[in-house]
Ligand binder design. Structure first.
Ligand SMILES: [Zn+2]
Length: 426
């Protein structure tokens, strides 16, 4: 390992440990946004924060109540209230780095939010053992986005140090609210990837082991997240049962029918009914029911089929049950768009990193909202690629999720080598 690599490694480790202690869920990443913005400012990069990158009409699944609480916490932790106000109470940062020489616009995307998981307090868990476990109860960087943000900041420093050797523009996107596939949609609608020639996104871990870099050629599922509400009519369950209309029974009927939507002949699909809350009391006809469900499909077409069926079932059940219903879409993302040339370039770059096993892969079977950025870039004539940089871990979204510092170094090497290749002066 060269001395520079060990400097980068210690910086990655330090930054990630800091972020790991202060996890923030989607749309509430005020402390993270402030920290990233300050680091980028120190490098002298022009930045735009919050609302400047976001179309609020497309900011799905954002709870004002959670945002208010997070602002209080962030201000108590030293984030200037003015900074949050200027960002319109939205999170996320974009830095536009101009080299002053003609060349492509290359966007690098890093997500920053955490997961609603309580971190284990097991003494064997390295963040516990080494004193950097989550300080926010019920919240944890259990997907590795703390690592993504750390890699992004080290890549930003590399861009600064190598500016004289680069051409074109490097756009560094620090995205909020990836979990629930919400942030990329709002940023894309806000123009964040307009004019981009190349977009590069990545995730740590997954099925990639430490030392592996996998260039995705497929496998990312299109998904839609739906919140469903039923509103019935309450009545005394014994004295006036016929006067009531049960939102609970409507939700149950909808749940069994949704679970029974047929599979699609065009490939993989998933439906998850994750939440069903209903009812007010034992002897009251239940007036309210609330469900959270999600659909996924191997193509946008398969996912759309499922989403449309869900909407028809909800409307049909509501009519038959004489209750009111509403369906709110609170997150969407797509499948990977084709970019064979950039994928081939990424594979070559990964193969050039000493000690790395590089390959194409299509095994993901999960969703990732970077695809929203990627599809927009490809639609407007650019190219986009997504890679996984491996880590050894116990499984994402688990209380004992952890990664290795060396894994971040591999992500850093891949991003910086890609920028050198795409935006090198010659
Ligand atoms: Zn993730």
């Amino acid at each position: 390992m060269s001395p520079t690599d060990s400097d980068v490694l210690s910086c990655l480790s330090k930054t990630r440990r800091k972020l790991h202690q202060h996890p923030e869920e989607g749309w509430t990443e005020f402390e993270t946004t402030w920290f990233v913005a300050e680091e980028l400012r120190k490098l002298g990069f022009p930045i735009k924060t919050g609302i400047a990158n976001i179309d609020p009409l497309h900011a799905l699944g954002r709870s004002e109540e959670k945002v208010k609480k997070a602002i209080e916490r962030a201000v108590a932790h030293g984030v200037p209230a003015k900074f949050i106000e200027e960002a319109g109470e939205f999170t996320g940062v974009v830095a536009e780095v101009e080299t002053g020489r003609p060349g492509p616009v290359t966007a690098l995307r890093f997500d920053m939010d955490c997961v609603c998981v309580a971190e284990t307090n097991s003494p064997d868990h390295i963040p516990v053992k080494e004193g950097f476990a989550s300080q926010n109860p019920g919240l944890m960087h259990a997907c590795g986005h703390d690592a993504h943000t750390s890699v992004g900041l080290s890549v930003a420093r590399w861009v600064k140090d190598h500016l004289a050797e680069l051409s074109g523009t490097i756009r560094l996107i620090f995205q909020p609210a990836e979990e629930g596939v919400r942030g990329a949609q709002a940023m894309t609608a806000g123009g964040t990837v307009e004019g981009v020639d190349y977009l590069i996104g990545a995730h740590i871990g997954g099925f990639a082991k430490l030392g592996e870099i996998l260039i995705l050629q497929g496998g990312i599922l299109a998904t839609t997240k739906l919140d469903i509400k039923f509103e019935g009519i309450p009545s005394h369950a014994a004295a006036d049962p016929e006067k009531g209309r049960s939102a609970l029974l409507a939700a149950c009927s909808a749940a069994t029918m949704i679970a029974g939507i047929p599979r699609h002949s065009e490939g993989d699909s998933r439906i998850s009914i994750g939440v069903l809350h209903a009812g007010e009391g034992r002897n009251v006809t239940p007036a309210h029911a609330y469900m959270q469900i999600e659909t996924r499909g191997i193509t946008d077409h398969v996912n759309d089929f499922l989403t449309e069926r869900v909407q028809k079932i909800v409307a049909g059940v509501a009519e038959a049950s004489e209750v009111k219903s509403s369906v709110t879409i609170c997150g969407t993302s797509m499948t990977l768009p084709p970019s064979p040339e950039l994928q081939a370039a990424a594979l070559q770059v990964a193969q050039s990193i000493p000690g790395i096993r590089a390959a194409y892969d299509s095994r993901v079977s999960a969703s990732e909202d970077c695809t929203v950025f990627m599809n927009r870039v490809v639609e407007t004539g650019g190219e986009a690629v997504f890679f996984m940089y491996g880590a050894n871990h116990h499984g994402h979204h688990r209380p004992d999720f952890d990664i290795q510092d060396e894994a971040m170094l591999n992500g850093y090497r891949m991003f910086t080598r890609m920028v050198a290749r795409l935006n090198g002066k010659n």
